[in-house]
Design a protein around this ligand. Structure first.
Ligand code: GDP
Ligand code: ZN
Ligand code: ZN
Length: 569
């Protein structure tokens, strides 16, 4: 649609006449309220169809919002779980071992119990040995290296005295000696005989570890909700075995079953070893009317089973048992292959929270065109929520609904020192050397009537939106929040704001044209986060006029008008 020249002219005429001349402005000031009353013209359409459609749409939206509220429990505050884990492995394994007695090789049966095949590990892990290689009777002396491509030699020239190869087990003496038959290797000072380079035995020597069981005790705590529980409840049958569907709450797991769950074959993994994750997921509803807090167990293979054989597959380590024989210190070296089980506990606990509910209702209300606003006064301990249209009334005078201030999260305080530390001024570069400020702030003579702190200024916004910025930092007369020390450090510190901007965009050019605008918007954000705590509230929080202008004075816009608060939706 194109405006006719007449109507355009009329608008233009009206526009000029409404520019406040000094007389006009005085008259407006005398009236005390710059905010006039704006009426909205309502058009009523008599149509059953449009009426029903509108109502159906409204009811549908309401149902959807309530449904989302209940099904996703958006009224709950969620807390991460903290936990402790304790495990006990049980089972007996039988292995055949070769022993040399009086020069004769003999096979003997050995029974291994928990102390033989589990090792204490740090953190929420336990280890079960499934395979091993033993080198017995090692002592400190000189002997030839185990023959490999790297250690073979033909004369002393192939060896170097004092050479320590990180791959090798000892220090070379510089001699080339016979290992066996016509194989010669470099001689080393080491634990002799040197451990052979061998493949892990197949099948695994403790493949019966498949039938071992592990009992997992897990205590969990939701500190924010003051709630503690554990996975083993008093009445639980302790002779059970975990099964995904038939016995999902049993805390005793057969190792073979765990591997079956992830689609792996225990006896294959047992040869080279591996890492298995046991995940305990707590999704707790701590509301008394629908209390539920039981763990869910799941399993995940954590090592790389596709790794090429040559790239250190599996999981193994060496350990030694030391003893004395005829006053000579000796040891048995064991290369242990096995499965490390890592227990990962995670999840959240949710409980009804009035602030979450208010924030959810508030953000959905704004879809209906009612922009929610929050205001906070320094002389009041609560926050006020305003969900009505202002209709020309200054924000300062709207009562609103009292909402508790979100509890301060003191872990955030650790971030504070960063922003509190201003860099020392660089000599010869005084702070004042900032771009020339054009005076675009309103004159302080025009102190508005609603201001209680003495630092507020009239709004610059067009008349219809002006009331939105008519807000002081105080409800009752007293000192202004901008005079507090923290205001300068948290909101106005150029250094802290620059850090925050760089934190979001590390390569931001701080000398760019629009930097002042960015710093200003960041300062608004710092103020709202400081005074309103919850991020959801900060989006709808309105800055008091004194703070708004203090920030704008510090980081001014070179020309033109400031656009002011816009609802994020
Ligand atoms: P501009 O830089 O010229 O656009 O004007 P302003 O300095 O007023 O900054 C506008 C930006 O700051 C917009 O993104 C606004 O949403 C935001 N802003 C301005 N005032 C407020 C306020 O009172 N509360 C909140 N939460 N944001 C505000
Ligand atoms: Zn004020
Ligand atoms: Zn103030």
């Amino acid at each position: 649609m194109v405006d006719s020249p007449v109507s355009w002219r009329q608008t233009w005429l009206r526009g000029t006449s409404s520019l406040p001349s000094s007389e006009n402005r005085l008259a407006m000031l005398a009236r005390g309220q710059l905010c006039g009353y704006n009426s909205v013209r309502v058009l009523r359409i008599h149509s059953v169809w449009i009426g029903t459609l509108k109502n159906v749409f409204l009811v549908g939206t309401c149902i959807y919002i309530c449904f989302a509220l209940v099904s996703d429990k958006l009224y709950q505050r969620k807390e991460p779980v903290i936990s402790s884990v304790h495990t006990k492995v049980k089972g007996i394994a039988e292995v055949k071992e070769e022993v040399v007695e009086d020069g004769m090789k003999r096979l003997v049966q050995r029974v291994l119990d928990t102390a033989d095949y589990t090792f204490p590990l740090q953190g929420n892990s336990f280890f079960v040995m499934t395979n091993f290689l033993k080198t017995e009777g090692q002592e400190q002396r000189l002997c030839p290296e185990y023959p490999t491509r790297r250690t073979l030699c033909s004369s002393d020239r192939g060896c170097k005295k004092g050479w320590m190869d990180p791959q090798s087990k000892g220090i070379q003496t510089g001699r080339c000696v016979v290992y066996k038959g016509d194989q010669k290797t470099c001689e080393v000072a080491a634990w002799c005989p040197i451990e052979a380079v061998e493949e892990a035995p197949r099948p695994a020597r403790l493949s019966s570890a498949e039938n071992f069981t592990v009992l997992i005790k897990n205590n969990v705590d939701f500190p924010g909700h003051n709630y503690t529980t554990r996975n083993i409840l008093p009445g639980l049958n302790i002779t059970c075995t975990f099964h995904k569907t038939q016995n999902p709450q049993c805390p005793i797991f057969r190792l073979g079953d765990i591997f079956q769950e992830t689609g792996d074959n225990f006896s294959d993994v047992a040869i080279q070893g591996g890492i298995m994750g046991i995940e305990i997921y707590w999704d707790c509803n701590l509301d008394s009317w629908s209390h539920h807090c039981r763990p869910k167990y799941s399993f995940r293979r954590l090592d790389d089973k596709t790794t090429n054989e040559s790239l250190y597959p599996g999981y193994n380590f060496r350990y030694a048992k030391y003893y004395k024989e005829n006053n000579v210190e000796k040891r048995t070296l064991i290369k242990v292959f096995g499965i490390r089980f890592d227990i990962l506990v995670f999840g959240t606990g949710g409980k009804f929270d009035i602030i979450q509910l208010v924030v959810y209702v508030g953000s959905t209300l704004s879809y209906f065109g009612l922009t929610l606003k929050y205001v906070s006064f320094v002389d009041e301990s609560h926050i006020r929520m305003i969900d009505k249209q202002l209709l020309g009334k200054s924000l300062q005078h709207v009562k609103g609904q009292e909402v508790p201030r979100p509890p301060m999260d003191f872990t955030d305080l650790t971030k504070l020192p960063l922003s509190l530390r201003d860099p020392p001024p660089i000599p010869g570069q005084p702070e004042e050397m900032q771009p020339l400020r054009e005076e675009v702030t309103p004159k302080s003579r025009d102190r508005p009537s609603w201001c209680q702190c003495g630092s507020c200024l009239p709004s610059q916004l067009p008349e219809s939106r002006r009331c939105l910025e008519e807000l002081c930092c105080r409800r009752k007369p007293g000192a202004c929040i901008t005079t507090s020390q923290l205001f300068g450090k948290l909101v106005l510190s150029r250094h802290a704001l620059q850090c925050l901007l760089l934190y979001q965009e590390p390569l931001l050019a701080l000398e760019a044209e629009d930097t002042n605008s960015r710093l200003r918007h960041c300062a608004y954000r710092c103020y709202t986060t400081w005074r309103f705590g919850s991020q959801d509230m900060a989006d709808f929080a309105i800055l008091p006029s004194c703070c708004r202008w203090q920030i704008r004075r510090e980081f001014p816009k070179s020309k033109g008008q400031y656009s002011g608060f816009r609802s994020p939706y």
